[in-house]
Ligand binder design. Structure first.
Ligand code: ATP
Ligand code: MG
Length: 420
């Protein structure tokens, strides 16, 4: 019979790799906690309308990338392509948006987008994300950025750079947008077909097109950061001051615009050019229009999403050694049927006492068992045969050549010996 393969663009995380994931997750949870963020979990699928309204009809995500389906009740559902809309839906539905502010939340979740799979881009992927609600001050933007930086620092990632920009607000953006569209119109012959389309729907998006000739046009385009109103200018300068004061280097990069309509003022990306073409590990910004767009009260918000696979690539490129998977404290090797019963219950008791204990599950010969114990990296072995059953004692051997000690076949005694 033919075998079944995983769907295109998905991947398995095998036991030998899962240690890296768990390590990253623990660093993320630890760091987010120190910054006062509470963890939130939300459904894997949501009403499709949440994303068409919350992410924006003109975005690549909604236009091309969603996994949308009708369930058996004929509801239109979508596998979550991102987390912000889900968090906003949840805090409105559960009333958190009316509670104490600021509200600081984070998530670690998998997301789904129908896109071409390549290095750093898959159809199911994981993100660490955070959102801060209820603060219009630059301190909130700085907190989100410094949290992301703290995760990179704690993990020992070196090649990552913070790119920062401000795209203004509903006050100043329309005039800037008009100026940009006029400039793009003058250069329309050099734009790719997608950008010609974007010019009508979301002209700022032209500025982050990766196409060579679009980039040349973008470089000479009017810059949003040079067309800010007084309030936006003050906000941007306060944010830069906070980052300067707190040891976060950044590059003001006018090509950073972010794809989504609801962004206001701050937008930022953490980029590591050493990980390949998909070099943006983390993207975020301020999105003060979203909560009201989704039916909640006017609420300030700022946050980011950080891709875990790209984070792992950066970690590997920085030469960081992640903690290895645990190896067994003891392998108990039985010889014969009676010994097998004794070894099984001894292993069971030791596990109850917090010892990582292994024993034979495959009826192997002693030689084969020792080979296996060596392969899984067991620190000690304990052979139990008829003799040992009779005397109630056996030699606990160190597998790394540290000698042997005689122990009683009793969980407490073995525990003391393996922990020494
Ligand atoms: P890109 O320009 O790479 O498509 P994006 O703007 O679509 O990114 P966001 O929606 O801002 O990305 O997601 C935040 C982060 O999540 C990205 O910076 C990236 O690290 C990660 N990410 C996004 N899409 C994918 C994907 N398909 N596979 C792996 N990681 C992804
Ligand atoms: Mg994308």
């Amino acid at each position: 019979m033919s075998t079944i393969q995983r769907p295109y663009g998905t991947f398995d995380i095998l036991p030998e790799e899962v240690g890296t994931w768990q390590y990253i997750e623990s660093v993320v949870r630890d760091t987010a906690k120190r910054y006062g963020f509470g963890e939130i979990r939300f459904p894997t699928f949501e009403a499709t309308e949440l994303f068409s309204r919350g992410v924006g009809d003109t975005s690549d995500i909604v236009q091309k990338e969603m996994y949308t389906f009708n369930d058996r009740d004929k509801r239109t559902l979508t596998l979550r392509p991102e987390g912000t809309a889900c968090v906003v839906r949840s805090i409105i539905e559960n009333g958190l948006v009316f509670g104490a502010m600021p509200l600081k939340l984070f998530y670690i979740a998998n997301f789904f987008r129908h896109e071409k799979a390549q290095k750093g881009r898959s159809r199911e992927f994981w993100q660490f994300g955070c959102e801060i609600f209820g603060s219009s001050g630059a301190e909130a933007d700085a907190t989100a950025i410094l949290l992301a930086k703290a995760v990179f620092d704690k993990l020992g990632i070196k090649g990552v750079a913070l790119h920062l920009n401000s795209i203004g607000c509903p006050e100043c953006r329309p005039a800037y947008r008009e100026k940009l569209v006029a400039y793009l119109n003058e250069n329309i012959a050099s734009l790719c077909p997608t950008c010609v389309e974007r010019m009508k729907t979301n002209p700022l998006r032209v500025l982050d097109c990766k196409n060579e000739s679009c980039r040349a046009v973008s470089e000479r385009a009017p810059k949003s950061a040079e067309h800010l109103c007084g309030e936006c200018e003050r906000h941007f300068s306060a944010l830069r001051g906070l980052l300067d004061d707190n040891g976060a280097d950044y590059i003001v990069d006018t090509s950073i615009v972010r794809g989504l309509d609801y962004y206001t003022r701050t937008v930022f990306e953490f980029i590591d050019p050493t990980i390949g073409a998909q070099s943006t590990i983390c993207g975020g910004g301020r999105y003060s229009g979203l909560v009201s767009e989704l039916g909640g009260p006017e609420t300030d918000a700022v946050g980011f999403g950080m891709g875990i696979t790209r984070l792992i690539a950066a970690l590997e490129n920085s030469g960081v050694q992640v903690p290895k998977n645990a190896v067994p404290d003891i392998y108990i090797a039985p010889l014969g049927e009676k010994a097998k019963i004794k070894a099984f219950s001894l292993a069971q008791k030791l596990r109850g006492l917090g010892v990582y204990a292994e024993t034979d599950l495959c009826g192997r010969s002693l030689k084969a068992q020792m080979k296996y114990a060596d392969k899984i990296g067991a620190k000690h072995n304990l052979v139990i045969g008829d003799n040992e059953l009779e005397t109630g004692q056996s030699s606990l051997k160190s597998m790394s050549g540290g000698g042997t000690v005689l122990v009683g076949l009793d969980a407490d005694e073995v525990l003391r010996a393996v922990k020494e």
